[in-house]
Write a protein that binds this ligand. Structure first.
Ligand code: SF4
Ligand code: SF4
Length: 427
């Protein structure tokens, strides 16, 4: 790795002086470019402070640098989606990774708050809360409880929280395996090890069920490997070492499946981004690169089946008009519009794409100080939904869906649920 873009394993990644120098170098390039002025709050705040200091980035205080970093919600759009100066350009700018590094160094300097540590333990929270799902869901809608939660956990009292399910996706998967052995066709069209994600496991089990139904409908053998959170929640609060631990565990768990000819497929864009792009960065090992190379986003995988002439198109129900939100973490994977193209295969379907950030991005928008800002960032998407008046609103990211529901009141599904319905799969 270059000195400007070190990996966490390199001592320079954690060097406060080297980071300070790099932040100022990059901010100086950004002030001359300003292309990202309207992506989020980090850039306007940075540009305003630089202007107030007559364009001299060396006059920015540590507080200014910290403010720009804290406002970053890790959507990644200012990286390879937007920036012309990413490597191999000689400027070697990777703004999202710089923000991760700055958060990691800050967390090391000040210590990680117990709140950030707790909220990034999504598996632990999911396991505990799904056991008491009706009670937890009721609590999360109860005003006095939310006021206490805001005080203790700093979660804004109006933040809509993803509901927990009574039957988790791994339980659902196991019980359908026990009930029927038909999930393993003699001549499989493909072999998938599903990296289901903690969001699907504990909150959006229906997405996981739809994924298995649609894949099996197409003759694909589906298995559910042992797995833990992809590490994105840890990484986005600056707990890079926590993310490294999770990445290491997942790489070790997934490699045997790859050895047996399985493709790793995930329905959540943040997880596929972690596995494909961040694991090689965090671990820097050939094993991590192998996992990255063998991972697909779910709709990317299905479109590959279609390209190979192996996707069934025996749809029995039209999709109707669909407002489709393309999540930032899919945009960063540069896959084009796979989910849109997949849904457009269904006769009687019109898909309108919404490419703006929803403003949710993990736990960032849950925080009391950032929740109103997150709604401001997502406004373009909310306005587009209101204007389109679609039959369905859909996003690959269930957290983005949660944010859209919060602002518009509309239920938001996943593209795979649209496909399941169009195939007429029941049960
Ligand atoms: S990653 Fe997203 S939130 Fe962070 S600075 Fe870039 S555009 Fe802004
Ligand atoms: S991140 Fe890149 S595109 Fe965005 S303002 Fe900076 S230099 Fe310009």
């Amino acid at each position: 790795m270059s000195e400007r873009l070190p990996a966490p394993a390199e001592p320079v990644f954690w060097d406060i002086r080297a980071l300070d120098k790099e932040l100022r170098r990059v901010f100086d390039v950004c002030q001359g470019c300003r292309r990202c002025f309207n992506l989020c709050e980090s850039f306007p705040v940075m540009f305003q402070r630089i202007d107030e200091e007559d364009g001299d980035v060396d006059r920015l205080s540590q507080q200014d640098l910290d403010r720009v970093t804290a406002l970053c919600m890790n959507c990644n759009v200012c990286g390879f989606v937007m920036c012309p100066y990413t490597p191999p350009h000689q400027f070697e700018i990777d703004f999202p990774r710089l923000m991760i590094r700055a958060k990691a160094v800050t967390a090391k300097r000040r210590g990680l708050s117990w709140r950030d540590r707790l909220l990034s333990e999504t598996d632990l929270l999911g396991k505990l809360n799904s056991r008491l799902a009706p009670l937890v869901n009721w609590f999360s809608r109860t005003r006095p409880v939310r006021i206490v939660m805001e005080w203790v956990l700093n979660i804004h009292r109006d933040r809509r929280l993803p509901p927990y399910v009574v039957t988790t996706f791994p339980q659902l998967f196991l019980s359908r395996r026990q009930a029927k052995q038909t999930g393993v066709p003699a001549q499989a069209a493909g072999k998938v090890a599903l990296f289901s994600s903690c969001l699907v496991n504990y909150s959006y089990a229906e997405v996981g069920r739809a994924a298995v139904d649609v894949l099996e409908h197409n003759g694909v053998q589906v298995e559910l490997p042992v797995q833990q959170c992809c590490g994105m929640p840890s990484m986005s609060v600056g707990d890079v070492n926590g993310a490294v631990e999770k990445a290491r565990a997942n790489v070790a768990a997934l490699l045997p499946w790859i050895d047996r000819g399985y493709r790793i497929v995930t329905p959540m864009p943040s997880c596929s981004l972690m596995l494909k792009k961040e694991y090689p960065f965090l671990l820097g090992t050939p094993d991590a690169q192998r996992v990255a190379d063998q991972t697909s986003d779910l709709c990317e995988y299905l479109m590959q089946l279609h390209k190979d002439g192996r996707l069934r198109t025996d749809f029995v129900k039209p999709g109707g008009t669909i407002a489709y939100h393309l999540p930032c973490h899919l945009r960063d994977q540069k896959l084009g519009y796979k989910s849109r193209d997949l849904m457009a295969l269904i006769p009687g379907t019109t898909v309108q794409v919404m490419e703006w950030c929803s403003g949710h991005d993990g736990t960032w928008s849950m925080q009391k100080e950032y929740f109103p800002l997150s709604l401001k960032i997502g406004k373009k998407v909310f306005d587009q939904v209101a204007e389109a008046q679609p039959d369905l609103v859909v996003s690959d990211c269930s957290l983005a869906g949660n944010q859209i529901t919060q602002a518009t009141g509309k239920t938001v599904g996943h593209p795979i649920e649209v496909l399941r319905r169009a195939y007429g799969i029941k049960g």
